[in-house]
Design a protein around this ligand. Structure first.
Ligand SMILES: Cc1cc2nc3c(=O)[nH]c(=O)nc-3n(C[C@H](O)[C@H](O)[C@H](O)COP(=O)(O)O)c2cc1C
Length: 183
């Protein structure tokens, strides 16, 4: 039996992959924020969309710099991921407060987050207002990841435990790879 339910609709298409998005402010100082509303929107050219609430300091930073890095955290830094999503870079150095390390990127002024497994560097090519968020569409200009993170062309989740958001303070991860050719 199905019932009409009052759960927030976005919580029904969960879990959602969590990213740590790094950016720089007008003085070039780095900031980092946790985002779950992130997705690929084009393969060629490779485009990534991130949805940012207008009150976020990250919104202000990326609107000005027109670039961001989408970093892939793993479950071992869940505490840092939660903290980066709970405080604002407006109130101080969030890299320092979260015990995260800015690391030079390849193609941007914006640094990567060293503690993450993969880094997708993006230049903003478009924005779209969507309700209380703004979609920033970024063209991927460089991608780096740890050598052991990938197997058979996909994330090796026997080694890499991605952070998946269920909603609120609830998270999960993935630990099984299923090849649909075998079912
Ligand atoms: C798991 C998780 C997912 C989040 N996803 C988003 C998101 O997709 N978009 C958004 O604007 N804020 C999201 N947030 C909230 C921001 O991370 C939070 O407001 C943060 O303090 C913004 O930091 P800033 O002001 O330094 O940019 C999320 C928070 C958490 C904990």
């Amino acid at each position: 039996m199905k019932i009409e339910c009052d759960i927030k609709p976005n919580r029904l298409f969960a879990p959602q992959l969590v990213g740590l998005v790094s950016s720089i402010d007008k003085k070039g100082k780095p900031n980092v924020a946790t985002l779950a509303w992130i997705t690929s929107v084009s393969a060629e050219p490779p485009l990534i969309s991130i949805a940012l609430g207008r009150s976020r300091y990250t919104h202000e930073c990326i609107s000005r710099s027109k670039e961001f890095v989408l970093n892939l955290p793993t479950m071992d830094i869940l505490k840092e991921v939660q903290l980066a999503g709970s405080i604002s870079g407006r109130d101080g150095d969030k890299f320092e407060k979260c015990d995260l390390t800015p690391m030079g990127s390849i193609a941007l002024k914006t640094p990567c987050v060293k503690e993450c497994t993969a880094h997708i560097e993006c230049k903003v090519v478009d924005t779209k207002e969507a309700g209380d968020h703004t979609l920033f569409i970024g063209k991927v200009v460089a991608t780096t990841c740890e050598l052991e993170a990938v197997k058979n062309g996909v994330l090796d989740i026997s080694r890499i435990k991605p952070v998946l958001h269920l909603g609120g303070t609830f998270f999960t991860t993935a630990d099984e790879v299923v090849d649909s050719r075998g079912v």
